[in-house]
Structures are given as C-alpha cells and as structure tokens.
Write a protein of this length. Structure first.
Length: 376
C-alpha cells in the first residue's frame, strides 16, 4: 500500500524560505554590482527564480493532494537540485536538465488534476494554462548559440503573463465561493460569483495578449488587451462586494492580491501602448500580486488543514501591508536619484523578506499543517 500525502506540507515551507532568501540576495547583486550568486545576478535570472523557482513551487504544493509520497519526495529533491544548479551554474547542462525535469513534473501535476474530468473549456484551461507555464519555464532553458537575449526576456515575460492568468482563474475560484459563504452567513446573498462570461473574456484576452506579444505584433495590440483585461478584473472584483467582508482579513488579503493583478496589467498595458519599457510596471504583478496571493493562499490552506479558521492568523494584515509597501516602493524607485537606488531597492526587498518571516514563524512554525483533532 502506497503512503499518500499532500505536497503543501513540504513545498509551502521550502518555497517560503527560498522566496525569503533568494529575492533579497538577487536584488542586492543586481543593484550593487556585487555578484554573490551568478544565476540571480541579472534581471533575467531574478525573474526566472521568482516565477519558475518560487511561484511554481507554491503552485506545486497547492496542486498535489493525496498523491504517493515518493512522487512528492522526488519532485522536492528535483526542485532543490534545480534551484542550486541554476543559482550556481546558470546555463549549464545539469541546470537545464534538472529544471526541465521539475517543469515536466509540475505540468504533469496540473494536467492530471484538471484535464481528465473537466467538461467545460474554462475548467480545462486550468490544466492547459499550467502546461503552458511549464513550457514557458522550459523555454527559458533553450539557450542556443546566437539566441537573442530579447527572446529569453520575451519567453520569461510570457511566463509572467501565464502565471497571471492562473492567478486570475484560481483567485476567482477561491474568492467567489468564500465571499458568497461569508455574506450568506450574515444573512445576505451574493449573486455575482464566478461570473463565467467575465472569466471567459479574461482567459481569451490574456491568451491573445501573450500570443501577440510573443509574435512581436505592434505593442498597441497586446497593450490594449492587457488594459481591457485589467478593467474587467476590477469589474469582477467590485461585483464581489468585498465591503461586506471587512472582518475577514483573509478574504480582504486575497482581494488585495487580485487587485494588484489589475494594477499590474494596467501599468504594463499602458507602457506597451505608449511604447515604453514595462520593466518597472511588471513588479506590480511579480511583487504585489504574486507576493500577496501566494503568502495568503499558503497561510489559508495551512490554517484550514490545521483545523483552524484562516482569520486566526491575526498577523496577516501586516504581511500584506509589507508586500504592498515593497511593491509601491519598487514602482516608484525610478523617481529616486541613482545614489539612492540601492537603498530604495534594499528597503523594498527587506519588507518582502519580513513578510515571509512572519508567515514562517506565525504559521508554519506554530501550527502542524494538518488536523490533529481526533474524530469520533
């Protein structure tokens, strides 16, 4: 009989520790010019590890439930080895192979969970999106002689957009029923829940924006698609009536992360339309949305599996406040003089790291991650 377990018990703490450590080191290396670890001493390596190292580990922990322990252990070992080889030996064959194996395991996890039983195309898109995200990660390791650096950036940016689409879909599927349940417990009713038409439009527009961006279509087109997606995201968020959930900090934190997606898409789209760089605007997603949503989701899952209500994590508002402050500081960093850039960036990354420390100490360290109460 195979021993089965849940991946979050292993991947959530490991991913959080990694995110807490690797991002500050990377930011310091890039800003100061002191290359501590070669794999994360460039903006491209920094983005790679945030999306394909940290975020994919969180998603793996969320996706794999009640699977054989050997599969979890194998994926965990592969993930650790892939991170070490990428950080210390970027571009090496061993780093490429180990990362590809992990991406394949991640993609297989998503495909096996969502594609077989899904009937509606919107539900199938969960599995397809995860496959595309895994392919994007694999694409960043297709480094051949003469390959333009801009191509690697384009593939990495496509990975960010695919991760954004996954957050849009999964975030909606988490928020809608949770908000509806809370409003109903207060005697009210929430009619606008999943909002399938808006969800379908979000999926199609994000896919179109990603495709047109990769095909080097004039930036006006993907830019307008992203702006429209951001507008619909805000409409969807407004229709959930979060003002009726002011006492549920966990739901407000999810909503804040969802809101950062809209801000990021709006800023990126605006930069594309005006033919400007979106390298700064993208941080609204990579810091604000990914940081807020991953920490909130991990905390909620861990608390629920520990047999506790998510709102028991009373420090969550400080966590999301720190992430939001880090995001705003990074978005405004271009307004500071060159001599202050290192201080600004390190202040932002310190806030990021502190948010992760709070989750590690007040959630993972404090609670077991599974319900210890005996039934019967």
């Amino acid at each position: 009989m195979l021993l089965k377990t849940d991946a979050y018990l292993y991947f959530f703490p490991m991913a959080t520790i990694y995110g807490m450590l690797i991002i500050p080191v990377s930011v310091y290396s890039i800003t100061s010019g002191h290359s501590l670890l070669p794999g994360i001493a460039t903006p491209l390596g920094h983005a790679h590890e945030l999306i394909f190292g940290y975020a994919l580990a969180v998603m793996t922990g969320y996706l794999l439930n009640k699977v054989p322990l050997w599969w979890i252990v194998s994926l965990m070992i592969t993930w650790i080895f892939a991170r070490l080889t990428f950080v210390y030996m970027p571009g090496s064959l061993v780093a490429d192979i180990s990362n590809t194996i992990f991406f394949s395991g991640f993609a297989l996890a998503g495909a096996s969970r969502f594609l077989p039983g899904a009937k509606k195309w919107r539900n199938k898109m969960f599995g397809i999106n995860i496959l595309l995200l895994g392919i994007a990660g694999f694409g960043t390791h297709l480094v051949v002689d003469g390959m333009a650096l801009s191509s690697l950036y384009a593939i990495t940016h496509a990975g960010v957009l695919m991760a954004t689409l996954l957050m849009l879909m999964m975030g909606g599927r988490m928020l809608a029923p949770a908000v509806a349940g809370h409003i109903e417990s207060q005697g009210g009713t929430l009619e606008a829940r999943i909002q399938p038409r808006i969800e379908a439009a979000l999926i199609l527009m994000m896919l179109a924006a990603t495709a047109t961006y990769l095909l080097s279509v004039p930036s006006l087109i993907p830019g307008l698609l992203l702006i429209t997606t951001a507008s619909l995201t805000l409409v969807r968020l407004f229709r959930w009536r979060l003002w009726n959930c002011l006492q549920r900090t966990d739901l407000l934190a999810l909503a804040l992360g969802y809101g950062w997606i809209a801000v990021g898409l709006l800023l990126m789209g605006g930069a594309m339309v005006t033919e400007q760089s979106f390298s700064s605007a993208i941080h609204a997603i990579t810091i604000g949305a990914i940081g807020t949503l991953t920490l909130t989701v991990m905390s909620r899952v861990w608390m629920q599996r520990s047999g506790l209500k998510p709102q028991t994590f009373v420090e969550l508002p400080y966590v999301v406040l720190l992430i939001s402050l880090a995001t705003v500081l990074r978005l405004l960093s271009g307004l500071f003089n060159a001599e202050f850039i290192l201080a600004v960036h390190m202040s932002a990354t310190t806030m990021w790291a502190l948010a992760f420390v709070i989750v590690i100490l007040r959630v993972f360290w404090k609670y077991p991650g599974y319900n210890t109460r005996k039934r019967g």
